[in-house]
Design a binder for this molecule. Sequence first.
Ligand code: HEC
Ligand code: HEC
Length: 482
Amino acid sequence: MKEEQKKTVLEKYKIALQKGERFWPDSIYKDLLVSLAIFIVLILLATFLGVPGEPKADPSDTAYVPKPEWYFLFLFKFLAVYGQIPLLGKIEWIATAAIPALVILLLFVLPLMDKNPYRHYSRRIMALSIMAVFVTSMVVLTVISGIPTTSGNTGMSAMTLLQFLTGLVIPIMAYIIIVGSSFLSNKLKLLGSRLQKWTAVGGSLSMIVVAGVVILIAPPAAPSAEVQVANTLTEQIIAGQDLYSLNCVQCHGADGEGGIISGVQGLEGFNMKAIHSQDEMYTRSDETLGDIISYGQPNLGMQPFGKSYGGALSTSEIDYIVAFMRYTWDDRSVIPAGAVSTIPELNPGEVPSWDVHIQPLVKRYCVSCHRTGRQNNNYLMTSYQEMLTTGDNAPLITAGDPKSLLLTLINGHEGKDPVTGNVIRQMPPTKLLDPKYVDMLTRWVMAGMPQTAKEAAALAPTPTATPTGGVAPAVPTPTPTP
Ligand code: HEC
Ligand code: HEC
């Protein structure tokens, strides 16, 4: 700095000092106000939005990709992109330690290097240009951090090449031009700072454009394997019931009642002991139950369910099943209100619909066997369409036909396969449904299998017209006369 410049700066400083505000209490007071506001916003966010829970850690899950918090994602991605550099990319500590340390060090020595006396932005082009490129590249790296960078033996894929460009090549070139032109700026004068300005703008824009292309052509991320994360006990019990219905009902029955197994390959005729009994619940801790489900009882015919042993259930999912068993079967525990996903009861004269009644019913009592990969005469019940159309002997339900095969079977009669002549057993094979559920399915078929509650309501006879066997309304609704 030249002497006269120093003088003017000092003078300006003196004037500013005289009319300026004091650090204590003026500035501190402003700081306090702002931090109080942020604090209140945080409390409100935590109270009303919260952070969704993640599934329990599962050491057996090899597909899990650990990721840092969002504010470190840019470094995470930087490492991935840096790893694409031939040879140098193998030396990880350069990207994880040396470069970040260098950047922090630069911040420390910046006041010593940047002796520019001006504060107005038009006089600080170089610093602003570098910062613009730096911030843009942080944002860009964060945004593309979810997209995988891969390189095989054949070199980078086009996708990776683009990421390499926007994450590393463009910003480095921009820094070189900006810093380089500052050395020449004495000679270049105005041209120098213009060059810097336009390098910053051009570099940032091209990073954004390339990143945009990367995002557009990136294959959509595969949905994560973990289907549900239940946070409250109520949610866990309901999730557990669904998982139990899907995985366990075929052998253990809808309520863990056991009995003679029928319809399960390899266990035909096996007399299964009840697992909902006091005997079972009082002698098995949650941990033991979890272990049994996870490891199975292979010598008795129950395959392992835990992912660690080759099954399909995660640790959290097994915990949910155990919570369901404990809270619905153990008479010492009190189930929280609302934690049972019940099948809604029918009112007299009401027509059941798939959405409200039939889907929860079959999910609970039939889907364990009637889904893909099970022995079931190819009759699937996981959707409305499947329930109406699939099955070796389809159609199994015909609107208004009480002799439909499905109704015959759930009433405890056997059927006969017209093609093979094989006997089709009562359904469910082990224990017949409660009569009220047989009635529900029958009424649904008789009414024409409505899908939505709205369709069902339209089919329901008006109470005054046909009080079908049920309780007639105490007071007939008067019809208004014009
Ligand atoms: C393929 C049939 C099958 C399936 C599916 C099945 N189990 Fe089992 N399970 C068995 C057999 C067989 C036994 C041994 C029963 C016995 O000895 O009477 C058993 C035993 C059990 C026991 C009692 C173990 C003990 O010694 O107290 C529990 C608890 C249990 N199973 C829970 C489950 C749960 C929960 C599921 C669903 C995730 C499930 N099972 C799925 C066949 C099965
Ligand atoms: C334990 C497993 C199991 C459960 C639970 C079960 N089914 Fe079945 N279902 C079978 C098997 C196996 C067949 C094939 C016929 C046979 O083996 O008797 C079958 C066949 C059928 C068929 C005949 C399909 C055709 O095209 O031939 C109907 C209808 C049927 N089941 C309805 C039901 C209904 C409704 C429920 C629930 C209320 C149910 N099933 C529960 C195992 C089961």
